[in-house]
Design a protein around this ligand. Structure first.
Ligand code: COA
Length: 259
C-alpha cells in the first residue's frame, strides 16, 4: 500500500512509523487510521521485526487527538463503528508480539494519548504534554482511554485527568507511571531504539509470551494466572528454552532460533 499520511521506515529490524500530518498536529483522521490499520493487519510480521516505534512528525506533536473536524459528521451508528474499528486496531498494537514503543515528541492528547497507551511502553521528550480533553468537546475518550489510563495510573488520577481535561507534563506523566522514561527533547527515538535493541537479544518466543500474558491480566474473559501457567508450559518445550538454559550453564551467549 502507498501510505500518504504515515511514513514507515525500517532500520536494522526496527520499524519507525511516523504519523505525518504536522499541519494538523498529526491528528488521527480516517486516512491515518486506515493506513495504520493496513500496516498492522497486513504488513507487520512480528517474526521479521525487532520492534516498532510510533512517533509524530515535527517538533510540536506526537498526536493531538482524533481529528475534531471529522467529528462533526458523526452520528451514533458511525461513531460506534469508528470506535470499534479503532479499538480493534489499538488491541492489535497492544497484542503485537514484539515491543511497540511510543516516542512522544510533543502533544499526546485525546486519541494521541490513547494510541500511546496502546503501545507497550512510552518514551517522552521533556516537552511532551499529555491529556484527555474530550469532555471539553462534549465527548469521552473513545479509543480505549477510559480503560487504559486507569490501568496505567489508577482510577483517581485517571478520573482527574479525564474530568478536568487538564494537561500534564512529561515529568508528572513519568511519576504517575504513564511514561517509562523522560529524555531530552529529540532523543525519544534513540531511547526507544536502545530499549528495542536490548529486547532483541532476548528469546523472541518468551518476549511474545510475556506481552500476551501481561495483557491477559486486563482481559476479563481470561484468567491471567492460567494463561501464565500455559505459556510457561509452552515455552518449556521450545528449542529456545533449551538453548537459553544451556547457554547460561555453558557461560555463553544464547543463539535464538525462534522455535
Ligand atoms: N483535530 C483536528 N485538527 C487539529 C487538532 C485535532 N485534534 N489539534 C490541532 N489541530 C489543528 C488546528 O485546528 C490547527 O489547524 P488550523 O491552523 O488549520 O486551524 C493546527 O492543528 C494547529 O493547532 P492550533 O490549535 O492552532 O495550535 P495551538 O498551539 O494554538 O494549540 C493544542 C495546540 C494542541 C493545545 C490545540 O491544537 C488543541 O487543543 N487541539 C485539540 C486537542 C484535543 O482536544 N484533542 C482531543 C480530540 S478528541
Amino acid at each position: 500500500m502507498l501510505y500518504k499520511n504515515i511514513i514507515i521506515e525500517s532500520d536494522n529490524g526496527i520499524v519507525t512509523i511516523t504519523i505525518n500530518r504536522p499541519e494538523a498536529l498529526n491528528a488521527l483522521n480516517r486516512e491515518v487510521l486506515s493506513e495504520l490499520d493496513h500496516y498492522f493487519f497486513n504488513e507487520a510480521i512480528a517474526a521479521e521485526i525487532a520492534g516498532i516505534i510510533i512517533t509524530g512528525s515535527g517538533e510540536r506533536a506526537f498526536v493531538a487527538g482524533a481529528d475534531i473536524k471529522e467529528f462533526l459528521s458523526l452520528d451514533q451508528e458511525k461513531a460506534e463503528a469508528m470506535g470499534r474499528k479503532v479499538h480493534r486496531l489499538f488491541s492489535k498494537i497492544e497484542q503485537f508480539r514484539k515491543p511497540v514503543i511510543a516516542a512522544i515528541n510533543g502533544f499526546a492528547l485525546g486519541g494521541g494519548c490513547e494510541l500511546a497507551m496502546a503501545c507497550h511502553m512510552r518514551i517522552a521528550g521533556s516537552k511532551a504534554r499529555f491529556g484527555q480533553p474530550e469532555v471539553n468537546l462534549g465527548i469521552l475518550p473513545g479509543y480505549g482511554g477510559t480503560q487504559r489510563l486507569v490501568q496505567l495510573i489508577g482510577k483517581g488520577k485517571a478520573l482527574e485527568m479525564m474530568l478536568t481535561a487538564e494537561m500534564i507534563g512529561a515529568e508528572e506523566a513519568r511519576s504517575l507511571g504513564l511514561v517509562n522514561h523522560v529524555v531530552e527533547a529529540g532523543q525519544e527515538i534513540n531511547k526507544a531504539k536502545e530499549i528495542i535493541m536490548n529486547i532483541s537479544t532476548k528469546s523472541p518466543l518468551a518476549v511474545g509470551e510475556v506481552i500476551s500474558t501481561v495483557n491477559a491480566f486486563f482481559d476479563k474473559t481470561k484468567n491471567g494466572f492460567e494463561e501464565e501457567i500455559k505459556a510457561f508450559g509452552r515455552l518449556s518445550v521450545t528449542a529456545d528454552f533449551r538453548e537459553g538454559a544451556s547457554a547460561f550453564v555453558q557461560k555463553r551467549k544464547a543463539e535464538w532460533k525462534g522455535r
